[in-house]
Write a protein that binds this ligand. Structure first.
Ligand SMILES: *[C@@H]1O[C@H](CO)[C@@H](O)[C@H](O)[C@H]1NC(C)=O
Ligand SMILES: *[C@@H]1O[C@H](CO)[C@@H](O)[C@H](O)[C@H]1NC(C)=O
Ligand SMILES: *[C@@H]1O[C@H](CO)[C@@H](O)[C@H](O)[C@H]1NC(C)=O
Ligand SMILES: *[C@@H]1O[C@H](CO)[C@@H](O)[C@H](O)[C@H]1NC(C)=O
Ligand SMILES: *[C@@H]1O[C@H](CO)[C@@H](O)[C@H](O)[C@H]1NC(C)=O
Length: 339
């Protein structure tokens, strides 16, 4: 039962291809003592087994490496890779906030505050009109129900506000699968949660493949919250950037996990469209299961990042979107090299 601490800063993935001027960053994982339950582990660690990653069960802590400290923050925003949680709000153990128990999948295992504290820098959130407000909900794409609702969006937005306020050098991106039809509903949400003051204006986003502003300038200007919506009309009506005007994105779910293939989801331009400055790579199965996420996302994610790099005209992913991010980091990586 010896104490073992192996911190994998994951330079290996791209070790062969990194050249001068490239940047590599990663995620650091510590494997500590063997365990049989969470209660065997110290505070802050949890008990986990991943047959492909290590033998038995061990207390695990995964901490994100702060890119802006590891490298520095003087590069354009699109020269970094950000760990991104798919359905960041669909958290195992989140109590029901409606009168009925929830009947739907979960994709993550800790709350948004913990995700951000652990190094997640982009959150994928599904927003719906519900109960007279806006809720985060795992539903059928049109309507949120009592049994699919997670929580009022304002609660999550306040967590994000607290993080941005406490971490004045960090930048957070929200990628909204947006079903809100209420005019100015999102805008009111951002205002009411105190997020407006951090909002990076759509007018400063590059339209034709240019570099984004430098992170150091974004920090200096306090424009540290980037918000994208999947609803095209809101860019004109509410100033909320239409995601696929600025970003290419591969297919999500099982169809996007076929080894050696990386192609755009329907709403996105082809990955090799370099008029969009940002690249989002999804890598998660259609039905989220923690144990299989661990296996799939060992070599599979690494391989897909490489495949998508080629498909995206030799651009690395800026956003690496996963389920159960704490599981996947066990021996995988969020890496990124920039020419
Ligand atoms: C930041 O890091 C990049 C890449 O290593 C380097 O080219 C640049 O000179 C650094 N800038 C500062 C201000 O240290
Ligand atoms: C997030 O989870 C941590 C650990 O369980 C807890 O202390 C904290 O209160 C939670 N935060 C919110 C906003 O739910
Ligand atoms: C997009 O948002 C507008 C409100 O700005 C709403 O009228 C419209 O129904 C939304 N479109 C979709 C597809 O949800
Ligand atoms: C914005 O939020 C503040 C409270 O934070 C509130 O007083 C104000 O009425 C809100 N404005 C709008 C347009 O919703
Ligand atoms: C982009 O990829 C498509 C295939 O998906 C190909 O037909 C097209 O020529 C490529 N365009 C560029 C500019 O490389």
């Amino acid at each position: 039962m010896g104490l073992r601490s192996s911190c994998l800063v994951v330079v290996l993935l791209l070790a062969a291809s990194v050249g001068a001027g490239d940047i590599v960053t990663g995620f650091c994982v510590q494997l500590l003592e063997e365990c049989s339950a969470d209660s065997d582990c110290q505070a802050g660690l949890y008990c986990f087994s991943c047959p492909l990653g290590f033998s038995g069960s061990r207390c695990v802590r995964s901490t994100g490496t702060d890119l802006f400290k590891l490298v520095n923050n003087s590069l354009p925003f699109n020269k970094y890779a950000f760990l991104t949680t798919h359905n960041a709000f669909a958290i195992s153990g989140e109590p029901s906030h409606t009168d009925v128990p929830r009947v739907t999948f979960t994709n993550q295992e800790d709350n948004v505050t913990q995700q951000l504290n652990n190094g997640v820098r982009a959150l994928m959130l599904d927003t719906y009109d519900f109960e007279g407000g806006i809720w985060l909900c795992h539903s059928d794409g049109s309507k949120c129900y009592d049994f699919t609702a997670f929580e009022p969006a304002i609660d999550t937005m306040r967590e994000i506000e607290t993080f941005l306020s406490a971490n004045p050098s960090e930048i957070v991106t929200l990628i909204l699968e947006d079903y809100v039809e209420t005019p100015n509903g999102l805008k009111k949400l951002f205002n009411d949660s105190g997020l407006m003051k951090y909002w990076f204006p759509v007018s400063n986003m590059p339209q034709n493949g240019q570099d984004w502003p430098l992170v150091s300038d974004m920090v200096a200007n306090n424009q540290r919250l980037i918000i994208f919506s999947s609803n095209k009309t809101k860019q004109d009506t509410e100033g909320i950037a239409y995601q696929w005007k600025y970003m290419v994105e591969n297919q999500y779910g099982d169809d996007g996990m076929e080894e050696g293939k990386c192609f755009n989801r329907e709403e996105s331009a082809p990955l090799n469209d370099t008029t969009k400055s940002l690249v989002l790579v999804n890598y998660f199965s259609t039905i989220p299961i923690k144990q299989t996420a661990c296996e799939e996302n060992s070599g599979g994610l690494t391989s897909m990042l490489n495949t998508c790099h080629g498909a995206a005209s030799n651009r690395w992913a800026n956003f690496v979107a996963v389920d159960f991010y704490k599981v996947q980091v066990l021996h995988s990586v969020y890496v990124i090299a920039i020419a």
